[in-house]
Design a protein around this ligand. Sequence first.
Ligand code: SF4
Ligand code: SF4
Length: 412
Amino acid sequence: MPRRRLARLILRSGSLLVAVLALWPALPWEESPRFAIGASPLVAVSAGIATRSLGLAAGLGVFFTLICCLRRRWFCRYVCPTGLLLDGVANMGPGWTRFWAAWPDIGRSLALLTLAGALVGYPLFLWLDPLALLAGPFAAPGSSGFLSGLLAGLLMGILITLTFLFGTAWCTRLCPLGGFQDLIGGIAQNIPTPARPHARRRFLTAVTTAVGGVALALWGRRAGIARVEAAPLRPPGAITEDRFTGVCIRCGNCANACPPRIIHPDRGGAGIPGLLAPSLRFVNGAYCQPDCAICTQVCPSGALQPLSLPQKRRYIIGEALVDTNYCLTTLGIKDCDACVVTCPFEAVQLHWDEEMYVSYPVVEVMKCNGCGACEAACPTLEVKAISIWPLLPGPGMDKGLIPSARFLPELS
Ligand code: SF4
Ligand code: SF4
């Protein structure tokens, strides 16, 4: 084997090993899953533009981007762990390549649409980044429920099947990360000059695609605003719903890191744009732990903004609402104070109503951050008498990535 090929193989194998250990996660550093995906140039640049922020993990991706500007497809050749895995799968399959050999470079168009969408806060196809796809199956084994596990690994499963059947179609024609590297690696050749008149058509096509990307992304955000009342509960630190479904790359890092396993892939409750995005469910007594903020620390795209523990405790996940039609105490079925004793913030009290001559739980909104402990503890079966609902739009609720109205005031 030529020395250069051997060096590439060693580097990519090392990269695959590090990615697997980080995503498992088997490394002692708990934020490592964020770096495993943030190293993708497409994720770093598009998410950075969409959220107007750049973290340490994205810095690695930007560094790789600069190298790819000088050496075309450098990331594919020397780093991409998904590419190495898919090369192995392609070698095992029948390799039906004839029908896609004449396809145009779809990956390049996907990358351009994503970058253009990022400019208006909605990077359209970032969820197709190969590192995000690689991460999905790692969230599957710990999922509570077969369906959640299946959904977590679904996209990577489809990609492996396609590669087995059709060989390297993904890497050469479809991958948006590959397309992104082609774009930045050949940027000088794509700008029309008198010496390169043939580049004009390519340039105009790129501009038209970019305009289409902006229009599609604006439509995506408007659809997000329209469905905000029907959206599921998102994990702590989630940016506003109209951007969330675009910026979240469905990597499953948050679900995999969550100790009580309350983060599940959405099955379409928020429509097609929200499919497989993380949502919260307080089942089997599990709720969001007051001493945990790990999901916000491992998100590589900024869909969940990093929160310190004190910030996370004040972040309002949702609103606890009581339905007295189901409360066992109010109905006089049994003396129950499960929500009162379970609330870690002492935000729920039983109130005795002299006029109605009944007791019912009352939630003190200035203390409640919607952690779900009350919902998880409520013993009613089909409908919980106390449950957490997404915050409705209100004054200041659309300002910034996380509106300041989403934080409880500091209590003295
Ligand atoms: S902060 Fe809450 S939702 Fe996030 S990982 Fe911890 S327990 Fe899970
Ligand atoms: S919100 Fe969860 S699934 Fe979405 S990008 Fe962040 S870590 Fe990945």
